[in-house]
Design a protein around this ligand. Sequence first.
Ligand SMILES: Nc1nc2c(c(=O)[nH]1)N[C@H]1C(S)=C(S)[C@@H](COP(=O)(O)OP(=O)(O)OC[C@H]3O[C@@H](n4cnc5c(N)ncnc54)[C@H](O)[C@@H]3O)O[C@H]1N2
Ligand code: MOO
Length: 399
Amino acid sequence: MRSVSDHLAAIVARLTPLPPLELPLLEAAGTVLAEEVSASVDLPPFDNSAMDGYAVCASDLATLPVTLPVVADIPAGDLAATGIGPGSAARIMTGAPLPDGADTVVQVEWTDGGAREVRIDRGAPVGTSIRRAGDDVRRGDVVLVAGTPLGAPQIGIAASAGRARLRVRPRPRVVVMSTGDELRDPGTPLAHGQIWDSNSFMLAAAITEAGGVAVRKSFVRDDPDTVKATLDEQLAHADVVITTGGVSMGAYDVVKEVLSRGGEVEFEKVAMRPGKPQGFGLLDGRVPIFTLPGNPVSAYVSFQVFVRPALRYLQGLAPEGLPSVTAVSETPLTGVVGLQQYLRAELTFADGRYRVRPASAQGSHQTAALASASGLIVLPADVAELPAGAEIEVLRLPS
Ligand SMILES: Nc1nc2c(c(=O)[nH]1)N[C@H]1C(S)=C(S)[C@@H](COP(=O)(O)OP(=O)(O)OC[C@H]3O[C@@H](n4cnc5c(N)ncnc54)[C@H](O)[C@@H]3O)O[C@H]1N2
Ligand code: MOO
């Protein structure tokens, strides 16, 4: 059996990051930058006021209070090149260009707020409330490097630097499809022996959480031709395909049957619980496919352990999994030697430390315990027993 880390490494070795493309700025949010962005101008581009107030010459404030004529009114966006001289003031708004001749700004609270003339009660040494050109970014400075995930602040600086479009690696488009004759869509009636398809909905949500674009295909019957035709149909517009079900040892495990044929997908037993039967390959020699086990908890854990890192890698990021913390176990933990276990658990933080308690239901069909879990305890393959109070790694589940 392959170890979890060997299986992930084998997957990553076969992936190629998605080719970059140019997107309008807002569509680039959530993607990963594939170029360097530098400022084409100083930011701010001109000296401007940090306060609503009056632009004056500091030398006029030697004796206070002082009353000065207001010779100009400068709102933000004012294009007129107004200047002032000693003995006069310009009313100025936050962000408005500093008039020539002024070397300080007195905020309005320190004055009588006059429109024709203004009485100034408090002094403001040279440079007060002035934001100098380039004191955020100098023209030519690199503000974002290639490989940066584009969150809100990064989209903001790109806009500040004047960029309307960015070259990025896009969010991977991931087609998810459940297989199984027993499956029905939620909202429709069930006959005996049938269940509602939960995997495709759960994984579509997980794909979105992991930064991909999910395309949920309705479930597919356990029929080799239908499975093959549906996969072929998806190839044109998928960066990744995920299937669930049909990969163990059963007589109707059609995913395995169809995809083993051409040798495109390799089916492995991975030393983990849940999630032992795994398949990975490149459809058509190019589109990564993950064939995840059908048990819902197994499918979910497999997604977090293998697919999430792969989606990151496709965007040009390090193939990391979920963030983890070290927690103190509140109960003894029993391992299965030879299998790395992922135990659904409640993770809490109190008195400066994380504590963790495994759920009592650990079956790979027991989805209620998964839905109320906040963490997954990672119990390594070589651990048989851990006493209560021991420290253990816990993956934090997205919330
Ligand atoms: N003889 C053996 N049997 C099984 C083995 C084994 O090694 N030898 N492995 C077990 C393990 S571990 C797992 S995990 C499952 C994997 O099975 P498949 O991937 O073939 O999945 P199915 O048989 O299609 O389904 C398993 C289980 O999950 C339910 N299911 C499937 N799809 C969905 C869905 N979309 N939504 C909700 N539930 C779903 C399905 O009804 C079954 O109950 O194999 C074990 N067996
Ligand atoms: O290994 Mo299966 O994925 O546990 O139920």
